[in-house]
Design a protein around this ligand. Sequence first.
Ligand code: IVH
Length: 701
Amino acid sequence: MNRPASPSFRHKAVDALTEGEAKVELAALADEIAHHDRLYYQEDSPEISDAEYDALRRRNAAIEERFPSLIRDDSPSKKVGAAPAEGFSKVRHRRPMLSLANAFDESDLREFVAGLRRFLKDLRDDPDLPLETVAEPKIDGLSVSLRYEQGRFVQGATRGDGTTGEDVTRNLRNIKDVPETVTGVPAVLEVRGEVYMTRGDFSAFNEKQQAEGLKVFANPRNAAAGSLRQLDPRITAMRPLRFFAYGWGELNEPVADTHHEFLQRLQGWGFPVNPLLARCRDMSDMIAFYREIESKRPTLGYDVDGIVYKVDRIDWQERLGAVSRAPRWAIALKFPPERAETRLQRIRIQVGRTGALTPVAELEPVTVGGVVVSRATLHNEDEIARKDVREGDTVRVQRAGDVIPQVVGVIQDKRPADAEPFQFPHLCPECGSQAVREEGEAIRRCTGGLICPAQAVERIRHFVSREAFDIEGLGERHVRAFWEDKLIQSPADIFRLAERADALRRREGWGAKSVDNLLTAIEARRRISLDRFIYALGIRQIGQATARLLARVYRTYENWREAMIAAADPQSDAYRDLTNLDGIGPSVAADIARFFAEPHNRDVLEDLEAMLDITPYESLVGRESPLAGKTIVFTGSLGTMSRSEAKARAEALGAKVTGAVSRNTDFVVQGADAGKKADRAAELGVTRLSEQEWMELAERR
Ligand code: IVH
């Protein structure tokens, strides 16, 4: 679906709008904003930046402020905070969910304590007054806020940006550690804590995922986050999630004088509180606790990434307050990453969905901080060379925080005599196509595109997606299943499915009706506009906007294909024309050239051409284009678009572009250094437009 058109007075100041214009623009804005909301919330694929989106909303608000009588029933301003149809709705935290300042060594911790003493005058004046802290393990999961009203769990939210999180109430209800009702609690009680997955549960869960061909997670934290943020709470229910409570948000009455007492309350009410905590009277207690937990870390059963120290007295916490997004009364002292040594059996090259070749170290399984690791990332080609990692080497592996296990370095003494430096392949291990690395890029990519099995499913999914061929009934699940059963191996196969209708009807879960529906949906798309077709090919860096630009400029498929093949030569006119287009630089041109250089891609194109009717870009003519039927002449050089783009744009708007000014000319667009043609226009009384005025008319989207 194309983006709704915005009216040509979009660039006018709100103060200068007539009431009629305002009315038209408010209607357009309602459409446009709804369109972007849908892309953002339902499809997770926004087309414009947050800043552009905000600008649309601001413009809508400004026009409404000037013309309150024009506010529409479906105005976006009435839908602020509206529940997105499929995503999570947002929850504004009554008290912000803060994060923690970090300390990395003992001296940072000393500085933290010294700072507290300087801040609190009573402590500064009396160095003997003890400053008690509570030390707790920092659980590596994700924080949530649980709201209880009259003892009943009513709402649960993720942290989000600290001010607004996502409503995951239904998912949290499926976690056994989260009590549904509690007794003896304040009427309003918000409990904050960490949702996590134990190491044992994580390993078993990942094995199951792998066996079923589903997503495998890098670490327990990611698995916990991915499991909690499931749109279908039944999925969350099947995931082994746990919860530890460690703090509070809104409370309608105070419940304790100290943090330690608060934790005891929580426990008494039935919330799980981590039993490993210590009340520290001084620095040596604090350090001792850190060392104790560090030594227990491999056997804890869940990931902890440090120790959190909190000022125990709540009145002091309140006086200390917060700086930016972290409380002044707490700090996290981080643990170093957990490491282990093992043998690297093989370096395997994995091809990602976008064709990126990633080296993965296959390891003799080893326990790193309680999790068995058998694979680690080697990042890229340069990294392997820099660390001189070879197959057969004994390597040091680490797990740190959020990241996939990494190979830190090689133990040189243990290198086998026959170990050879690793040769990074220049051919894709999946399909044999060239794998190239662009200058300045760290990643080598397969150019096999549509024929590379590693990329094919994702590419076909893109090909049929809403903004491309928009084939209903061919979702990811079906694309994958059809690919595996060899019903669809390349995009053109989609248009041959009708020949395999019998095979389709025999598939489980496919009735005659659903097969007919699918085939009808496919038939309806044999006719496709050039912009969608270009976008559907999934050429790197060619998003919808660039696809439209190309379609507008080259108009027909044949024209475009010829020009793109010719543009492979950087000395050619075709290359110059292409890179003159606004938004298409050498890097995009190189990606296009590479796509066409790959024989497989050309085969796919040929195959498709024979089956499709690719129509020129749908012009905006008919949508009240101010240029429809006009004759226009460009003169001088334009600062914002090339001559060929200006011409294409004018034609798309229904104008005829000519080279000479005559009495039949309606407009002359004057760029810089306009010469005789401008004089002639003045003589004949032809309307002359500045580049700015032209831009407003041409209204580039
Ligand atoms: S207290 C106002 N205590 O660490 C202080 N946080 O880096 C709020 N975390 O977002 C946090 N264990 O997700 C606190 N025992 C603990 C924690 C803990 C883990 C997480 C929490 C927070 C993050 C900050």
